[in-house]
Design a protein around this ligand. Structure first.
Ligand SMILES: Nc1nc2c(ncn2[C@@H]2O[C@H](COP(=O)(O)OP(=O)(O)OP(=O)(O)O)[C@@H](O)[C@H]2O)c(=O)[nH]1
Ligand SMILES: [Mg+2]
Length: 245
């Protein structure tokens, strides 16, 4: 199946060449689409240099820092238009193990609508994160899964593969969240349309180069979003009950 790996970047010049080369090494048949938000550190120029070497690497330059969620929405649409049947998500900061890309892709080829590289299934791990950050991620996941009734252990993971058909069915472009909320909202929407999710264990490593874009506003966005999804779910259930369905 045709695979496009979408890599969102903001100031990842110290990482992007390594991650692109690693992807090409483990998944030579895939294409890489970097979605760069006018990174001041020249990330897009580095990708253009790589694109001259590899036909299957390209960069989509956006005008400014418009957010992770919208970078993926734009990237998925461009990938599907270019013929992708599977759209992969991976961070540019080498936190995700590119060696596991073939496993992500195979899971979708075998029928999953979404394959998640998960830190919170047996065998999954997070290395080098300070305990505060670890707790935030763990509790964020418990909160989202508990409130929304998602049978998913790592709904905030950004290492995933979707079937393009499922992305279309879930109308991904109507979603609005940006940070971790984006991953949760996508997972929730996929569950609601009856999509099939497979999780498998990964080891997540903290970034070595570059700065994190994680912020208080991203955590707030995700917290409010989960509550909002719960309210709309509750209203939907009440309405269906009242209509006797
Ligand atoms: N295009 C684009 N990419 C972004 C934006 N914000 C973050 N990214 C990229 O999204 C990926 C994940 O961002 P990180 O800063 O690593 O965030 P994180 O992994 O949640 O946090 P850390 O673990 O602290 O690094 C990286 O490849 C970033 O460069 C954005 O606004 N636009
Ligand atoms: Mg990161």
């Amino acid at each position: 199946m045709r695979v496009v790996v979408v890599v969102p970047t903001y100031n990842e010049n110290d990482n992007i060449e390594v991650v692109c080369r690693r992807i090409m090494a483990v998944a030579p048949a895939a294409s890489v689409l970097v979605v760069d938000d006018a990174s001041p550190d020249g990330t897009a120029a580095t990708v253009e240099r790589l694109a001259a070497e590899f036909d299957s690497i390209s960069v989509l330059r956006r005008s400014g820092k418009l957010g992770l969620g919208s970078a993926y929405r734009t990237g998925f649409r461009a990938a599907i238009e270019a013929g992708a049947e599977i759209c992969v998500q991976i961070d540019a900061d080498l936190s995700h193990d590119t060696e596991l890309l073939p496993a992500l892709i195979t899971n979708v080829e075998l029928g999953a609508d979404l394959a998640i590289g998960s830190r919170y299934v047996p065998g999954g791990r997070t290395l080098d994160w300070p305990s505060r950050r670890r707790r935030l991620s763990r509790w964020g996941n418990r909160y989202a899964a508990g409130v929304l009734g998602l049978a998913v252990n790592d709904a905030t993971s950004g290492f995933r593969a979707y079937s393009a058909a499922a992305l279309e069915r879930m109308e991904f472009e109507t979603l609005r969240a940006e940070g971790y909320g984006f991953q949760v909202e996508m997972t929730y929407r996929l569950v609601r349309i009856g999509g099939k999710i497979v999780e498998f264990p990964i080891t997540f490593r903290d970034r070595v180069e570059g700065a994190s874009k994680m912020s208080g506003s991203i955590v707030r966005e995700a917290t409010v979003l989960v509550a909002r999804l719960w309210v709309s779910d509750f209203r939907g259930r009440r309405k269906r009950r009242a209509e006797g369905r």
